[in-house]
Design a binder for this molecule. Structure first.
Ligand code: 5AD
Ligand code: SF4
Length: 435
């Protein structure tokens, strides 16, 4: 039996792709292992979003050279976003790599390669007889608590800092019928959280019907079963009130959580980023969330040090953060990326100045997150138990996407529980199980 290990970097689109590859291999009777040195096949799903991520991946692959020397039969396959544009560089820099397949390439090529690798390792079995759709919906044997479902791929927005439209290509929505079939299957297999994924879920448009994102969300919420739904990410350029109304209509099924990437609080910078909205429009959308979903949490992404960002622009970002009081912020220093427009923009700020802005923002957010979390003290939250935490407690997630730690039996993993919150920090809630 071939043993495979998958290392996934980057966003949830990559997590979804890795899950599809794992399902495919499990259906070919392979076994997923969780350390590299047990594996006959290592897959690395790469992320190109920032240079730091890219360098980290190169050093990880470099470290695999040692393993390859010990086991010359070890196969190493690189997939994902960096593989989209640095294929030759991978082959020449790491001569031990078996195969590279970029995120924009035909998935059948990867499927055929995986079948070939499996056949070579399992000569007794004729896997060519198997007619499986890659990442398909049939016969999946594997299940996990969360099912990541790509409802679309690619992006047409060309935010001037972002490499995604180049690594993943143009936006394509999948058929709503196929999406719903896949989700039904995931629920039958025991998935408790359905995560709908797209770079801009609001622009979802079924190619075969007039189903848009709001109606897709409603159709998923109408499915039978004990599960809840999340989605990432909506884009403020296209966010509409009908999506929020659907969330309010299904409070038990759709998580009270909105990740709405703001990127900057300065209208000048938003325009330079080609984001297609201004802060006034963003604040209106946050107002909708607060009105229709008063218990919802809101998180965002912020880039600091975008070319041309003055002290005043940065202050505008700080002001809007203080005004909205996000529950969580993912914040990054601008990283110039190949192919993008922003790489050519004049950038006068030093890296140290950018780092100082990031530090300031993150320190402020720690206080805001802690203050927001304090509201949950003494409250009971419904949570989905995901796994054991490093400290031996169980890690669960609330509808608002809080990490909730509590003591309990590992048999609770994969189930919904109610937890009374006793303690909070900026990053976690800690509580006790209500029997
Ligand atoms: N530099 C810094 N952050 C970036 N992001 C995307 N591209 C870049 C870049 N070049 C951030 C954005 C996006 C998140 C997924 O990553 O904030 O929302
Ligand atoms: Fe990148 Fe903008 Fe597309 Fe998001 S919407 S993937 S930030 S180009």
């Amino acid at each position: 039996m071939l043993k495979f290990f998958i290392q996934t970097y980057g966003c949830q689109a990559n997590v979804a792709d890795s899950q599809a590859i794992a399902n495919f291999l499990v259906n070919l009777d392979c076994e997923q292992v969780f350390t590299e040195n047990q594996a006959d096949l290592i897959l690395i799903n790469t992320c190109a979003i920032r240079d730091k991520a890219e360098q980290k991946i190169y050093s990880y692959i470099g470290r695999l050279a040692k393993l390859q020397k010990q086991n010359s039969l070890l196969k190493i396959i690189i997939v994902g976003c960096i593989a989209s544009y640095k294929k030759q560089e991978f082959y020449s820099r790491f001569n031990f790599i078996t195969f590279v397949n970029g995120a924009r390439e035909d998935k059948n090529i990867l499927r055929d390669k995986l079948i070939e690798v499996v056949m070579l390792s399992q000569s007794s079995k004729n896997v060519l007889d198997i007619d499986l759709k890659f990442g398909g919906i049939k016969q999946e044997k594997k299940h996990s608590t969360q099912a990541f479902v790509n409802i679309m791929t690619g992006c047409n927005n060309f935010c001037t800092y972002c490499i995604v439209p180049f690594t993943r290509g143009r936006e394509v929505s999948y058929s709503s019928q196929e999406i719903l079939e896949k989700i039904k299957q995931d629920i039958i297999l025991g998935a408790k959280e359905i995560v709908l994924l797209g770079q801009n879920v609001n622009s979802y448009k079924c190619p075969k019907s007039n189903i848009n994102f709001a109606s897709l969300l409603e159709a998923v919420a109408e499915l039978d079963g004990e599960f809840w739904i999340r989605f990432v990410s909506p884009h403020p350029k296209d966010m509409t009130l009908d999506v929020i109304k659907i969330m309010a209509k299904y409070p038990d099924k759709i998580c009270a959580f909105m990740h709405l990437p703001l990127q900057s609080g300065s209208n000048k910078i938003l325009e330079l980023m080609n984001r297609g909205y201004n802060t006034e429009k963003y604040l209106e959308q946050v107002g909708w969330v607060k009105e229709y979903l008063p218990h919802a949490t809101i998180s965002t992404d912020i880039i600091v040090g975008f070319p041309g960002e003055t002290e005043k622009d940065f202050q505008d970002t700080i002001d809007i953060i203080k005004k909205i009081k996000f529950d969580n912020i993912f914040s990054f220093i601008f990283s110039p990326r190949k192919f993008t427009k922003a790489i050519l923009m004049q950038d006068d700020l030093s890296y140290d100045q950018k780092q100082a802005r990031l530090d300031f923002l993150q320190k402020l957010q720690v206080d805001i997150s802690r203050e927001n979390n304090e509201k949950y003290l003494g409250k009971i939250l419904k949570c989905l138990v995901e796994k054991e935490a490093v400290n031996g407690m169980l890690l669960a997630r609330s509808s608002g996407n809080h990490t909730v730690l509590f003591n309990g039996n590992i048999e609770l993993i994969d189930s919904f529980v109610n937890i009374n919150i006793d303690k909070v920090s900026a990053t976690n809630l800690v509580g006790s199980l209500i029997k």
